[in-house]
Design a protein around this ligand. Structure first.
Ligand code: FEO
Length: 403
């Protein structure tokens, strides 16, 4: 049976676009499978557009809009989020639809002026406010810092559809269709965790508040700003449950071992630790070489698992630079609820272990086991120390597995 190419439910349509060209989201995070910029159109007595798309894709966006409403004007542009991947086409939309009314909250308007120089009168909404479109009535929930101060969600009670902005979104362009029930969704679950940990990860508290604010509103479809539209009961429940877990910084049973190594000696410490973790019954042991794994994927795994062991050599009297960069990204996300340990090496004057201990002290992590410091290369006692550290970590992980 031929399916409509834009319809989601009732008079709600998908008018988003795929970006398979950009290599790095925010010029930071890899996009091996691209990304979608989702936008939605409600074709009611009054027509409302919810968010726009990256400005590079405006032509495709406009063509989709016109395929639904022809030459009729759009009455409202609801701005759930001002990051330019969604707001980038506001100025052009305004040129094509000069009478369109921009709808946002008090944080949105100064950003509209700042980014796009638009000072026209806007419709400022607050928590719980409504906007009548005809048969649909939209209501708004302000969800600051999920992921910017102005972020909000929009809800259509008649269709029970939640337009959630960045929340519940994921990396990965869409393969033709956009509704979960009609497309292959396996890749998006991993990409949802990576998106969360990379983009929203710092804001666990605000995400918790947003989830509380949503309460038990009935949801038949979640329409995020990136990735598939989630419509099945199982998927909407899974999306919400994943966000509850990630925002609490709850990790699964497992340990991420991340190391830097110039000539393979520090790498052998990581291998010894990983092998002992496995021997002690830890099923999920994820090992990352900092110089090969992109930090985007390392962060994603750190969000997934409750154990973290890091190690690196001393470099110019400091931490190995790649480790320094990773620790800054971990600290920038206010990570909590992790069992943590570390190891390091040096050739003539040790600094790595000292620097890692300073990180440990400042972190919210529980230090586990005795950190290991190695001079030059592995010796029998280094193996023994690495294995002892791994056993201490395994005890935490395997013990929690049993309950
Ligand atoms: Fe998809 Fe925070 O922008």
């Amino acid at each position: 049976m031929m399916k409509n190419k834009t319809s989601i439910k009732g008079n709600i349509h998908y008018v988003g676009v795929n970006d398979r060209q950009k290599h790095l989201f925010e010029n930071l995070w890899p996009l091996p499978q691209g990304i979608s910029y989702n936008s939605y159109l409600i074709d009611d007595k009054k027509i409302a557009l919810i968010d726009t798309v990256d400005v590079c894709y405006f032509e495709a966006h406009l063509r989709k809009i016109k395929s639904i409403i022809g030459d009729r004007p759009i009455d409202y542009l609801v701005i759930n989020h001002m990051e330019p991947d969604h707001s980038g086409s506001i100025r052009l939309i305004k040129q094509y639809y000069p009478d369109i009314i921009l709808v946002g909250n008090h944080h949105t308007s100064c950003m509209i002026e700042g980014f796009y120089g638009i000072v026209d009168e806007q419709c400022i909404v607050n928590d719980g406010d409504h906007l009548e479109l005809g048969s649909c009535k939209l209501s708004f929930r302000l969800t600051p810092m999920v992921h910017w101060p102005e972020t909000m969600m929009t809800y259509c009670a008649r269709e029970k559809v939640l337009f959630s902005g960045d929340a519940f979104g994921c990396f990965g362009a869409l393969g033709g269709g956009f509704i979960d029930d009609n497309i292959y969704t396996d890749i998006y679950w991993e990409e949802m965790v990576r998106y969360y940990s990379n983009i929203v990860g710092k804001y666990g508290g605000p995400v918790q508040k947003a989830l509380t604010k949503l309460g038990n509103i009935p949801v038949s479809a979640i329409c995020p700003a990136h990735g598939p539209v989630w419509t099945t009961f199982l998927n909407t429940a899974r999306v919400l449950s994943l966000y509850r877990k990630l925002s609490r910084y709850d990790g699964d049973d497992g340990v991420v071992v991340v190391y830097g190594s110039m000539y393979g000696n520090t790498e052998q410490m990581a291998e010894a630790i990983a092998a002992e973790l496995s021997a002690q019954g830890v099923m999920n042991v994820i090992v990352h070489n900092l110089s090969k794994s992109h930090s985007s994927y390392i962060l994603s795994d750190i969000f997934k698992f409750k154990g973290l062991i890091v190690g690196c050599p001393t470099y110019n009297g400091q931490l190995y630079p790649e480790m320094e960069a990773l620790l800054s990204k971990i600290a920038g996300r206010d990570m909590k609820n992790r069992y943590f340990s570390y190891f390091g090496s040096f050739s003539w004057a040790g600094a790595a272990v000292k620097k890692l201990s300073e990180f440990a002290e400042k972190s919210n992590f529980e230090l586990v086991g005795q950190p290991v410091e190695m001079k030059h290369a592995m010796k029998e006692e280094t193996y023994a120390e690495c294995e002892a550290l791994a056993r201490a970590m395994a005890k935490k992980i395997v013990r929690t597995t049993k309950y």
